[in-house]
Design a binder for this molecule. Structure first.
Ligand SMILES: *[C@@H]1O[C@H](CO)[C@@H](O)[C@H](O)[C@H]1NC(C)=O
Ligand SMILES: *[C@@H]1O[C@H](CO)[C@@H](O)[C@H](O)[C@H]1NC(C)=O
Length: 153
């Protein structure tokens, strides 16, 4: 018979520092290409493919593309993604860390959709376009259960 003491012990061990391993569901393979014009327009194009840990070898979940534009005249920015359930955000002005979030179906045999998120450090290469204002990078972001709320405004 399970004693109450036994259950409490398991609970304490399970929540101890470092004891809780967050389950990893897979990762996003993200490509980022950006740039700016002399007149102050800025843009960023990202392509993301999610790979589920439980998915077949090479079985990505389909590409999601996002296009972001900053308009210096209105000082407004717009973000459009090919899937509403996907979003990303930079953690800082210098674009050194990126947070990704996506709602996906049938992950690891779970019924319905779940939202996964992850953050990773990015090293972008600068000076990749003719005007010298371009940058690009590639990053793998591992996916955990999240939620960070709504992204992309
Ligand atoms: C990420 O995508 C690039 C380009 O398709 C590919 O070369 C690379 O192997 C991928 N990396 C992983 C870990 O899936
Ligand atoms: C990013 O790098 C910083 C400094 O090296 C480190 O403390 C942090 O854990 C890293 N973040 C991720 C998500 O790997």
């Amino acid at each position: 018979m399970f004693s109450l003491f036994g259950l409490a012990f398991i609970f304490i061990v399970g929540t101890g520092v470092g004891a809780v391993r967050e389950k990893e569901y897979g990762y996003w393979n993200l490509t980022i290409v950006g740039g700016a014009s002399a007149t102050g327009w800025r843009y960023q194009d990202t392509t993301s493919v999610f790979f589920g840990r439980g998915d077949q070898e090479g079985g990505g979940r389909g590409e999601v593309q996002c296009h972001w534009v900053y308009n210096p005249e209105t000082r407004g920015e717009t973000m459009e993604c090919t899937e509403g359930g996907f979003g990303y955000q930079w953690g800082d002005e210098g674009r050194t860390d990126i947070t990704v979030q996506q709602t996906l179906e049938n992950i690891d045999g779970e019924v319905g959709s779940i939202t996964l998120g992850g953050t990773a450090n990015v090293t972008l290469r600068y000076g990749t376009s003719a005007n010298g204002r371009g940058f690009e990078g590639r990053v793998i972001v591992s996916a955990k259960r999240c939620c960070l709320g709504r992204m992309n405004g």
